[in-house]
Design a binder for this molecule. Sequence first.
Ligand SMILES: [Zn+2]
Ligand SMILES: [Zn+2]
Length: 342
Amino acid sequence: MKESKYIYSNGSFKKSDFELSNDVNPNELLVRPLRMLICASDLHHMKAHADIDLTLGHEYVARVEKAGSECSLKTGDLVTSTACLHCGECEQCKLGMTNYCENREWLGFNDKGALSTAFKIKEHQVVKLPEGLALKEAVIYEVASIGYEAVRLLLEISNDKISNKQTKVAITGAGPVGLFCALAAKKKNLDVTVIEKIPARIKRAAELGFNCLPLQTILMDRSLQHQYDMIIDASGDADGKGALSFVPHLGKLRFNLVIVGKYLKEPGLELTKLNNFGATMKFMRGTPISSLQAVVDEWAEDISSWSQKIITSEYDFSEIEKAYSDVLDLNSSCKLMIKVQD
Ligand SMILES: [Zn+2]
Ligand SMILES: [Zn+2]
């Protein structure tokens, strides 16, 4: 079959046609991505790996075109996956830590991604989405699962504080991932505050029902500092400095911190301050497939009501350059969706 995809190389996107055989292994699916979302990690990889040809796209919904003889999924089923395509057999996979698979392949960070009209994937690497789900909702599940996993990790490292309903959590960064972290924390009955510096993002977080404080306000008012038992840094430095260096101003004694946002530059986090506070810190790397499945099972209603607010614009497959340029305007954009095909 003649297929096409976009390759990001040397600072620009090029459309390229390729041949993909129709044959699938018994445990394999041939899928057609229908919609994909642009992620801050795409921007991170475009900067960090400028020397390799990238086929981007790991937040997507695809339709099964052909299923191998041993698969239980059928032609027409809607699926998504995490960015980490796991083997299912190594030590990490057997523990359920599929995001640490020793034989993983990354989707969207090499030559296979959703910015493509078709690709092949093993059945155990996908999660089936409910039938009849709107594509604009179906495409959000992967990014939602990042928030779910961040809060799961936060509670795992904070287990002596879970029972306290007064537990205060700060989420730094109100981009899509930060908002889903806030949602996950709220669902666990934690007292959530979203901390952000960009006015449009503060407004969006407030519209979604979150208590939201400007970072600048907290930095200038000492009485607002050191209030939080738990912190998730969902900012990263794709659009500037990131909030990680300010985290020691937010945490209480023995605060727990999960770092989700990616940093290309040294974030300036002073370890002596973390030491003084007896902080516990955990880095998150992707999400296991179990957390994606949990979001599919438990969050359909939230995702349905959020989809219009989260997806702020839509682009055709031919408008890639414009989409990846518009995404840099954080004052107007939240999630940008690409229509790969219908
Ligand atoms: Zn992503
Ligand atoms: Zn594995």
